[in-house]
Design a protein around this ligand. Structure first.
Ligand code: HEM
Ligand code: NAG
Length: 330
């Protein structure tokens, strides 16, 4: 009798569990987190609608960089400044009063004509199909390759944004921040300290205007600056708009000398040098200085992360395929 009751109890519990799990199953599906916007990006996004898009971008980038090699770093930086504000949505390209592009912090951005040129070719080939944000992302990858850096697959499907505000562009790090500010800026965009150190490695090519590091050269110069290097910089910076190589050792080669320079107090920007003096990031600097393959592979990984940051891919994201990269569609 007792045994029977216990069996019955188990049976009831068993059936009850079945019913509960059957009922709660659709509930679970309903409350499941929606996919993040970057999940809708795909390397085959244009395979049917504009199969030559990637090849066209690469061909035009090659032509421009052959003519003017300084455009490679310029385009990589333009992509960073785009993604750093409202995600990679080509908001940096919009050219109207009060837009990011007109901000003080954007004064030394270059490469807009290159993107316009690619866009006009693509509008002829596949009208209203390839977004300006995707063009800029692929262009930055190709610029990296032509500068001697690593290859990575670019997933496509970004929409272009319709909002661009100068004051948001002025929040992008300018070179005088402390490491805490850099870490916070990156982490609020889903990028960690390794991403920060690895992506700063883009400063292995390109130049900076003296304005960005003049504060290190004054009466009491920055003690983390090599004395010979300091004197050379003082000679070069007669005017704040003069340009100086970010990597003093191999300015045109995409290599790990940027990190080696930091070990020798030869970082140009104080934000570069601080990555080695700060305990949170210094071990990454040492590791990258001594392992070129680590830099190559991790640069590719971090650039994909940068390019996928806060992208617009879904109807609710309110994006569009701009017809002209300089203006939102009418
Ligand atoms: C960590 C925060 C960063 C700071 C504080 C910073 C700051 C700067 C500054 C001040 C310049 C010189 C601008 C001028 O001419 O006045 C510059 C140039 C450059 N930056 Fe950065 N940057 C940062 C991150 C990045 C990232 C993440 C990338 C790309 C992945 C990047 C790529 C470049 C390139 C390639 C140049 C050279 C541009 C040229 O030669 O035209 N930077 N950066
Ligand atoms: C870092 O800079 C921020 C402002 O950008 C400031 O509030 C903070 O006190 C600074 N931290 C240190 C440790 O200097």
């Amino acid at each position: 009798m007792k045994l029977c009751c216990i069996s019955l109890l188990f049976l009831i519990l068993f059936v009850h569990n079945l019913v509960v799990s059957a009922v709660s199953q659709p509930q679970k599906r309903k409350t499941k987190k929606p996919l993040p916007p970057e999940a809708f990006l795909s390397v085959t996004h244009y395979a049917k609608t504009c199969p030559d898009a990637e090849a066209i971008i690469q061909r035009r980038i090659r032509a421009w960089i052959n003519k003017d090699p300084t455009l490679a770093p310029a385009i990589i930086r333009l992509h960073f400044h785009d993604c750093a504000v409202r995600g990679c949505d080509a908001s940096v390209l919009l050219d109207h009063r009060g837009s990011e592009r007109r901000a003080l912090a954007s004064k030394t951005l270059r490469g807009f004509r290159v993107i316009d040129d690619i866009k006009s070719v693509l509008e002829k080939r596949c009208p209203k199909t390839v977004s300006c944000a995707d063009i800029l992302t692929a262009a930055a990858r190709d610029a990296t390759i032509f500068a001697g850096g690593p290859f990575w697959e670019v997933p496509f499907g970004r929409k272009d944004g319709r909002i661009s505000l100068a004051k948001e562009a002025d929040a992008v790090p300018q070179g005088h921040e402390n490491v805490t500010a850099l870490v916070d800026f990156f982490s609020s965009r889903g990028l960690n300290m390794l991403d920060l150190v690895v992506l700063s490695g883009a400063h292995t090519i390109g130049r900076s205007s003296c304005l960005a590091f003049e504060h290190r050269l004054g009466k009491t110069p920055d003690p983390s600056l090599d004395i010979k290097y300091l004197n050379a910089l003082r000679r070069k910076c007669g005017s704040p708009s003069n340009l100086v190589d970010l990597d003093v050792t191999t300015p045109k080669v995409f290599d790990t000398m940027y990190y080696t320079n930091l070990l020798h107090k030869k970082g140009l920007l104080s934000t570069d040098q601080l990555l080695f003096s700060d305990g949170r990031t210094s071990s990454f600097v040492s590791a990258l200085a001594s392992q070129p393959q680590l830099f190559e592979s991790q640069f590719a990984v971090s650039m994909v992360k940068l390019g996928n940051m806060q992208v617009r891919t879904r109807p609710v994201d309110n994006g569009e395929i701009r017809v002209n990269c300089n203006f939102v569609n009418a």
